[in-house]
Design a protein. Structure first.
Length: 262
């Protein structure tokens, strides 16, 4: 993998739950500005890797370096403040709040005023509140949801909810965005749009993107490097063309029908 400027490096990450080893010796180096993928069968340990990197799980063993700093064991809010943001396999929106309010929640990660400033009705609070709202509207425009700002988020179509979750993640001002199955539940047209959308936000917001995805057309279409997990162990890594022709990956995950359809 060319280059030596890595935004994320994991060193032999291992996660045990009692006697079960969910992930063993997971080591990756993600170049800044890249779009990379993590694939594997259901239960391979992909989301567990995301949970370790983003602070939801503390690894049993190993280290996580983010922009050269050891962030192993940091809680999620501290990881987020450092510049990581993520979406979830199962969409986690505030379903009864408006589309705009959902994105404003993300923007408040960078807010310097506190709740007691609001109680005192300090000008600094209301100034920052306007800035948060403006930022949220800008991001809704960036993901094509500005006309739905006042709608209840739980009533949005599935693809729009995915975009909203990404907009909320972008509101935290990340440099590294982790997407957990962003194409799940999307129809072919929505999936095609998603591919262009991820490339667009990568360049527009100067992001590095790591995604978990089962839709191989998405993975092979936008990822520059891919890691493959099976039973918690990395069985292959490389460029898309290397992965789709790797006999071990075909046997464990892709299947011959993928090669025929590719």
């Amino acid at each position: 993998m060319p280059g030596n400027d890595f935004i994320l490096e994991t060193e032999a990450l291992t996660m045990r739950f009692g006697g079960l080893v969910a992930v063993r010796d997971f080591s990756v180096r993600v170049p800044r500005g890249s779009i990379v993928g993590l694939i594997g069968p259901n239960g391979a340990g992909k989301t567990t890797c995301f949970n370790m990197v983003t602070g939801f799980y503390k690894p049993t063993e190993g280290r996580i370096l983010f922009r050269g700093e050891d962030v192993t064991g940091w809680p999620p809010h501290r990881v987020c403040a450092a510049g990581m943001a993520r979406t979830f396999q199962n969409i986690r929106l505030f379903s009864t709040a408006s589309v705009l309010e959902n994105v404003m929640v993300g923007a408040r990660v960078r807010q310097s005023t506190s709740w007691w400033h609001a109680l005192l009705s300090l000008p600094s609070y209301w100034k920052e509140e306007r800035e948060v709202r403006d930022k949220a509207m800008f991001l809704l425009e960036a993901v094509g949801l500005q006309k739905l700002a006042g709608e209840e988020s739980g009533g949005l179509p599935y693809g729009a909810q995915r975009r909203l979750e990404i907009a909320r993640a972008l509101a935290t001002d990340p440099s590294f965005l982790l997407l957990d199955e962003p194409a799940a539940g999307m129809n072919p047209n929505e999936t095609q749009e998603l591919m262009g959308f991820v490339k667009d936000i990568r360049s527009r917001f100067d992001l590095t993107v790591l995604l978990i995805e089962h839709d191989m057309k998405v993975v092979m279409g936008i990822c520059e490097h891919i890691w493959v997990l099976d039973y918690g162990v990395t069985i292959a890594e490389g460029r898309p063309e290397e992965i789709q022709s790797n006999p071990r990956v075909i046997e464990a995950y892709l299947g011959e029908e993928f090669i025929q359809d590719a």
